[in-house]
Ligand binder design. Structure first.
Ligand SMILES: NC(=O)c1ccc[n+]([C@@H]2O[C@H](COP(=O)([O-])OP(=O)(O)OC[C@H]3O[C@@H](n4cnc5c(N)ncnc54)[C@H](OP(=O)(O)O)[C@@H]3O)[C@@H](O)[C@H]2O)c1
Length: 256
């Protein structure tokens, strides 16, 4: 079989870098997407050297609605066997007060870009009867999130979207997996301005641990994986709890 290629968004740091590393360690060439070209180049050089694969950098701002089509265009001669939609970020604040331009960027990066990239790359995978898609959602997908409303809602979208497409493509040779991490030690909290949040002060996982669970679930063709035994246990409780009670609980977590 020809050498496979994985496209990983959000590959410049955190969970995305670790997912790209796992693809490379399995002998896959990688295409790394994020905004910061210098950081991407460092990751690419590291992976190419460590695993003897080809690592290509495509710097793109996924908050630009034109970016997914531009990424697809640049990969016309490179069949993508694995698509990992990891890029994402959080925003904190009362919805009445957050900046709409920032909210719109969040929706574009966390929801529209993964859906658009899936729309662009899925038909080729179906034609080849082979392919894997991994979308990185969050345990936030399972609960309402006052004071981070757009972030929690974006992850609920990604969970539902992924589970639906996974069902649509069953028995085609293509699988769709959605990874739901809980709090993970990456740059996410700093970027979202929530390093003081109670969520970050509780138990956390490393990016490598989370990526490992997501990668194994993707390769096994599972539809959904919540990272970490503790998070899986907590999410079982969430399924039976009243939504209003959950909203009050996350409200307390999201307010410092
Ligand atoms: N850390 C957690 O506790 C946690 C928990 C649940 C889910 N998640 C999810 O896990 C995913 C990865 O986050 P992380 O924790 O690894 O955080 P991170 O270290 O901040 O990584 C986020 C990645 O997304 C990229 N990105 C952000 N905005 C982008 C844009 N406009 N265009 C292109 N790329 C963009 C960043 O690269 P550039 O800045 O170079 O663009 C970076 O590579 C996210 O979807 C996040 O929502 C994280």
């Amino acid at each position: 079989m020809a050498q496979q290629t994985a496209l990983v968004t959000g590959a410049s740091s955190g969970i995305g870098t670790e997912l790209a590393r796992l693809c490379a360690a399995d002998g896959c060439n990688v295409v790394l997407v994020a905004r910061n070209p210098e950081r991407l180049a460092t990751v690419a050089a590291d992976l190419a050297r460590a695993y003897n694969i080809q690592a290509r950098v495509l710097a793109a701002d996924l908050s630009d609605p034109a970016a997914p089509a531009q990424v697809f265009e640049q990969l016309q001669s490179t069949p993508i066997d694995i698509l990992i939609n990891d890029a994402g970020f959080g925003l904190r604040g009362a919805f009445a007060e957050t900046d709409w331009a920032a909210d719109a960027r969040l929706m574009q990066v966390n929801m529209t870009a993964p859906a658009h990239l899936t729309k662009l790359f899925l038909p080729g995978m179906l034609q080849r009867k082979r392919g894997r898609i991994l979308n990185v959602a969050s345990t936030a997908a399972f609960v309402p999130g006052p004071f981070m409303a757009m972030y929690y809602a974006s992850k609920a979208f990604l969970l539902s979207f992924s589970e639906s497409i996974a069902n649509e493509v069953k028995d085609t040779g293509v699988t769709v997996t959605v990874l739901c991490p809980g709090p993970t030690r990456t740059e996410f909290f700093e970027r979202a301005g929530i390093t003081g949040s109670k969520l970050f002060q509780g138990p956390t996982m490393t990016a490598a641990e989370v990526a490992g669970e997501g990668y194994r679930a993707m390769m096994a063709g599972k539809t959904q994986i919540t990272a970490g035994a503790r998070n899986r246990w907590l999410m079982r409780g969430v399924r039976i709890a009243p939504r209003g009670m959950l909203a009050d609980f996350t409200r307390r977590l999201n307010l410092e």
